[in-house]
Write a protein that binds this ligand. Structure first.
Ligand code: BGC
Ligand code: BGC
Length: 847
C-alpha cells in the first residue's frame, strides 16, 4: 500500500515548495488561491492511455501523461471503453497510486485527481473480475434488491482498483432495438428502469470512495432514426411521463456526478441545454454534483451538431455554451488529429472567456467548488491513495460470482417451449442423460479460438466492443465465469458433441470511420458468421445420432454506433445451421435454441423449426452455469422480457406503454416468459380501493398465486394498469408494481404488491405538454395479467402529483409509499425549491 492514511498523504501533498497544501485549506480558500487557468484545468477529464507519467499523451499539444496530471493539473482522468491501461488489477491500483503521487507532487496545488471508468455491468474492466449480466438482463429479473447487492461488490472493486468514478448507472429505456446501445437499457418500463437504476446508484454511491455517474441525461435512448447519437425528436409529454422520471427517482437519492446525453433533443444539443442541465437537473431535481460531458462532446457541438463553425472561435463558443448551460467538466477523448478540443485549448478558452467577460469567474468557481467538494467527499484530501491490499481477495470472489449467477438465472427468458409430438411434454427441461449435439457460433475462423464468450458477455467487457476488442488471444484477460459448453459438460450426464461454427467479431471497425459522423455503415448482424463445409458435415453426421440438439444463435458484442442495426433477422448462416439440423434429425428430436443477443433477434419464422428458445441475453459471468442449469431443469426459468419483441424491425418502436392506437402485435409481449410449471391467480384486490391524496397514500394490491404444476419455481407477479379514462390519453399498459415469489408445487401464497402511484402520472393539458403532471382523478383498472378477466379498480378522487411535486429528500416529508428511504450518498438534492416548479419554468414564467 502506498500510503496508510492521512498522515502520509499530508506529508506528500504539497511537497513542492510553492504549492498550497490542498487538504489543509477549506475549499473556498483553495479556490481563492487558484488562477483561472488552474481552475479550468480542474474542469477537464482527459483520457490517458498509460499510467506512466513519461508516456506520450494521446492529446494534441500535450507531450506526456505526466503533463496532463502534473503541469496542466487536470482535475480528473479517464480510461474509455472499459479498457484501463492495464487489466491486471494489482498493477492497476499500484499504477494509479503512483500516478497520483506524481500528480500531487507536480501539479500547481497538489490537488489529487479522480479517475473515471465504465464499470457498467460490474467492474468488468480487469482480468478475472465478476461481470454482471448486461443491463437488459437486469431488467428481466425485476429484482432490484439482488442487483443492489451485486453492485455493492462492483463498488468495492472500483475502489480497490484505484478508480473513483464509474459511468453508471445507465438510465435508458428500451424503446428502439435498432439502437446499438439497446442492451444498455434496463427495460421499456419507466417504473422498472427507475427502480433498478435507483438500486444500482444506491449501491455505488454507498461506497465512501466511489461516485456513480447516472447517464446520459436525458432523452438519449430514442434517436429518431435508430442510430446512436442521431437527433431525437420527442415531446414534452413523453419526456416528462417516461424519459425523465427514472432520472428523477435515482437522483432523489443523490449522485456525485451526472453525464450528459451526446445527442440533440428537439433541435437542441443536450450539452448546451440550459433547461435540461440547469433548470431541471439543478433547479428541479436539486442536483448539486458535477455535470460531466460525454466523450469529446464539446467538439461534437461542431463536428456533428453543426451548432458552431469548425474554427478556433467556434470551439471557444462551444466551451462557453456548454459551461453556461451547466456543464462542470469536459471529458476529452483525444485522438482524431486535432479535431476535438485538447486539454490546453480548453484551459485557454476558459481563461479568455473569463477575461472577455463572456463567462464570469464566479461561474467557473461554482464548477470548481463542486469538483473539489466531490474530491473531498471521496476522501481524496484525507488520503489520495487507494488501499492496494484489498483487490486480490475481491477479484472474482465466490460471493460476487454467486450473486452474478443468481441475476443470470433470474434473467433468462424462456420464450418458447413446445412438445415434439402433440400432447407430449414440452422439450425442456432436458432429461440430463441424453446424447447432445451443441452447435452454432462461435469459433474464430482465423485462430481457431472458441470465442462464444464474446456473445455471452457483450460490450463494455474488458474492451469497448467486447473482450479484447472481439479478437481473443490465448491467455488474454478474461472476466470470471464459465462458458455454456463448460457448464454443460459439468452438469450433463450424457455425451456432448460440440461443433462450434465460425464467428468473427474482429471486423467491427471495418468500413470507413468518418471523423465527423462516427461509425461507418457496417454489418448490422454484429459479427460475421460462417458455416463451413466441414462444420456442415460434422453437424450432418452428429445430428441423427443425437437425442437432442442445442443451437446457439444471436449476435456478437457491440457498442454505440457500431451496434446499430437495420434488421432484427437472425444472420443467414444461423438460419442455415437451424435448417441443417432440422433436415438431419427426425421430428422427434428436440431442437433447442439458446440465444445470446443484445436485441430481439429472430421472429416466428426463424424460430419456426425450433421446439424451444431460451433467450439468454448477455448473461456474463454466471451465464454458462445459469443456462446449463435451466436447460437441465436444475433451475426453473423465471425471467420476464423487459421489452416487447417486435415481429419485424419495421414495427418498431413498439412498447407496451405507448399511447393507444399503435396497431402492431409483438411476437412476444413485454413481460413474456415461460416456466416449467404453471401459476394461477385468484382473489385480486386492492387496498385501499379509493385514494384521495395520491401524493401521500400507500396502496397495496393483493393476489393469491398458486403453483399448479409439478415443479417448484419462482414467479414475478407484475401489476399493470390497463384502462384509465381521463382528460388526456393514458398509456396502453403501465407497470405499477411487481413482486417475485417462490412456490413449491401445489403451494399458494398471497403476493402483496406495493403500487407506485407515480407510475400513473400523466401530463395534463394540450399538445405542448406544459400542464401539471399528476395522477388524474379517475378509475384505474389494475390486473396481473392483461390477457385475463381478473382485474380490480382503484379510484382516485382528487388529482395529485407524486413525483414532480415531491418535497426534498432531506425535508421532513417525503410522502409515504414511494419506497424512498432516507437519502444516502452525496449531493443528494438538498433540493431547494423543488416545488418552485417545473411547470412555471416550462410555461416560461418566473417561479
Ligand atoms: C459513451 C459513454 C462512456 C464514455 C467513456 C462514450 O462514448 O457514450 O457512455 O461512458 O464513452 O467510455
Ligand atoms: C473509447 C470509447 C468511446 C469511443 C468514442 C473509444 O476509443 O474507448 O469509450 O466511446 O472511443 O469514439
Amino acid at each position: 500500500m502506498k500510503a496508510a492514511g492521512a498522515a502520509t498523504a499530508a506529508a506528500t501533498i504539497g511537497a513542492g515548495a510553492e504549492t498550497a497544501v490542498a487538504q489543509d485549506l477549506p475549499i473556498p480558500a483553495l479556490v481563492n488561491r487558484m488562477s483561472v487557468r488552474e481552475k479550468a484545468a480542474q474542469m477537464i477529464q482527459p483520457v490517458i492511455g498509460s499510467l506512466d507519467p513519461t508516456t506520450e499523451s494521446s492529446h494534441d499539444n500535450v507531450e506526456t501523461v505526466g503533463d496532463i496530471v502534473g503541469e496542466i493539473g487536470a482535475g480528473s482522468v479517464l480510461s474509455g471503453g472499459a479498457m484501463p491501461p492495464t487489466t491486471d488489477p494489482e498493477a492497476l491500483v499500484a499504477g494509479i497510486n503512483e500516478l497520483q503521487e506524481y500528480a500531487i507532487e507536480n501539479s500547481p496545488h497538489g490537488i489529487p485527481f479522480f479517475y473515471g471508468i465504465d464499470g457498467t455491468h460490474g467492474a468488468a474492466y480487469v482480468d478475472g473480475a465478476t461481470a454482471l449480466p448486461q443491463r437488459h438482463n437486469m431488467g428481466a429479473t425485476r429484482d432490484p434488491d439482488l442487483i443492489e447487492r451485486a453492485e455493492e461488490h462492483t463498488a468495492a472493486m472500483i475502489a480497490a482498483t484505484g478508480i473513483h468514478e464509474t459511468y453508471a448507472p445507465t438510465i435508458e429505456l428500451q424503446r428502439d432495438p435498432r439502437w446499438g446501445r439497446y442492451f444498455e437499457g434496463i427495460s421499456e418500463s419507466t417504473k422498472v428502469l427507475g427502480d433498478i437504476s435507483r438500486a444500482r446508484n444506491r449501491a455505488l454511491e454507498g461506497h465512501d470512495r466511489v461516485t456513480a455517474t447516472p447517464k446520459h441525461f436525458a432523452g438519449y435512448e430514442i434517436p429518431t432514426n435508430g442510430n446512436d447519437r442521431s437527433a431525437v425528436n420527442t415531446s414534452m409529454r413523453d419526456l416528462r411521463e417516461t424519459l425523465l422520471p427514472p432520472f428523477e427517482v435515482t437522483l432523489a437519492e443523490g449522485a456525485g456526478m451526472v453525464m450528459v446525453n451526446s445527442g440533440s433533443v428537439n433541435g437542441v444539443p443536450a450539452h448546451v441545454s440550459q433547461w435540461l442541465l440547469t433548470d431541471l437537473l439543478r433547479g428541479e431535481y436539486g442536483f448539486e454534483g458535477v455535470i460531466l460531458t460525454d466523450w469529446n462532446d464539446l467538439y461534437r457541438l461542431i463536428g456533428i451538431h453543426d451548432l458552431f463553425p469548425d474554427t478556433r472561435a467556434g470551439k471557444k463558443m462551444a466551451v462557453r455554451a456548454a459551461i453556461a448551460a451547466g456543464v462542470d467538466m469536459a471529458m476529452l477523448g483525444g485522438g482524431n488529429e486535432g479535431r476535438p478540443l485538447d486539454p490546453r485549448e480548453f484551459v485557454t478558452y476558459v481563461d479568455e472567456l473569463v477575461e472577455s467577460g463572456d463567462l464570469t469567474e464566479q461561474r467557473i468557481d461554482a464548477s470548481v467548488r463542486r469538483i473539489l467538494e466531490l474530491k473531498q467527499d471521496l476522501g481524496l484530501f484525507d488520503d489520495p491513495y487507494a488501499d492496494e491490499s484489498l483487490v486480490t481477495d475481491l477479484v472474482g470472489n465466490d460471493e460476487s460470482v454467486a450473486t452474478s449467477t443468481e441475476i443470470a438465472r433470474e434473467s433468462l427468458v424462456l420464450l418458447k417451449n413446445e412438445p415434439v409430438t402433440e400432447g407430449g411434454d414440452p422439450v425442456l427441461p432436458l432429461a440430463g442423460d441424453e446424447d447432445l449435439l451443441v452447435t452454432g457460433p462461435g469459433v474464430d475462423p482465423e485462430t481457431g479460438i472458441e470465442n462464444r464468450i464474446l456473445m455471452q458477455y457483450g460490450g463494455w467487457t474488458l474492451g469497448w466492443q467486447g473482450i479484447e476488442a472481439g479478437s481473443l488471444s490465448e491467455g488474454g484477460p478474461r472476466p470470471a465465469g464459465d462458458s455454456m459448453i463448460a457448464a454443460l459438460r459439468d452438469h450433463h450426464d450424457g455425451a456432448i458433441t460440440h461443433v462450434p461454427t465460425d464467428f468473427d467479431r474482429t471486423e467491427w471497425w471495418q468500413g470507413e470511420w468518418h471523423p465527423e459522423e462516427g461509425a461507418p455503415n457496417h454489418s448490422s448482424e454484429n459479427g460475421d458468421y460462417g458455416f463451413t463445409d466441414d462444420q456442415r458435415s460434422a453437424v450432418e453426421s452428429a445430428a441423427p445420432e443425437a437425442d437432442a440438439v442445442v443451437v446457439v444463435i444471436g449476435e456478437g458484442p457491440h457498442n454505440e454506433g457500431f451496434g446499430d442495426r437495420d434488421s432484427l433477422e437472425l444472420p443467414e448462416t444461423q438460419r442455415e445451421i437451424i435448417a441443417t439440423v432440422e433436415a438431419a434429425t427426425d421430428d422427434e428430436t428436440p431442437i433447442v435454441a439458446v440465444e445470446y443477443a443484445g436485441s430481439p433477434r429472430g421472429n416466428q419464422e426463424s424460430f419456426g423449426p425450433l421446439d424451444a428458445v431460451l433467450y439468454a441475453g448477455q448473461p456474463a459471468t454466471g451465464g454458462g452455469t445459469a443456462i446449463a442449469e435451466t436447460l437441465l431443469g436444475a433451475y426453473n426459468p423465471s425471467g420476464r422480457l423487459g421489452f416487447s419483441w417486435p415481429q419485424q424491425v419495421g414495427h418498431g418502436p413498439l412498447h407496451h406503454n405507448a399511447w393507444p392506437g399503435n396497431g402492431h402485435d409483438p411476437t412476444y409481449p413485454y413481460g413474456h416468459g415461460l416456466s416449467y410449471t404453471t401459476f394461477e391467480y385468484a382473489n385480486l384486490s386492492v387496498s385501499p380501493a379509493t385514494v384521495d391524496d395520491p401524493a401521500r397514500e400507500t396502496v397495496t394490491l393483493g393476489v393469491d398465486v398458486t403453483n399448479t404444476g409439478d415443479m417448484a419455481g419462482e414467479h414475478v407477479v407484475e401489476v399493470y394498469n390497463t384502462t384509465a379514462y381521463g382528460t388526456v390519453m393514458h398509456r396502453d399498459t403501465r407497470v405499477v408494481g411487481y413482486e417475485r415469489v417462490s412456490l413449491d408445487p401445489g403451494e399458494t401464497t398471497r403476493a402483496e404488491v406495493e403500487i407506485d402511484l407515480a407510475a400513473l402520472e400523466v401530463v395534463a393539458g394540450d399538445v405542448p405538454g406544459l400542464g401539471p403532471k399528476h395522477v388524474e382523478a379517475t378509475d384505474y383498472v389494475l390486473t396481473v395479467d392483461p390477457e385475463s378477466d381478473l382485474s380490480t379498480t382503484l379510484t382516485v378522487t382528487e388529482p395529485g402529483s407524486v413525483l414532480e411535486g415531491i418535497t426534498p429528500p432531506d425535508g421532513s416529508d417525503t410522502g409515504p409509499g414511494q419506497g424512498r428511504g432516507p437519502p444516502r450518498g452525496r449531493g443528494n438534492g438538498r433540493a431547494r425549491g423543488r416545488r418552485s416548479s417545473l411547470i412555471d419554468r416550462l410555461a416560461g414564467r418566473d417561479p
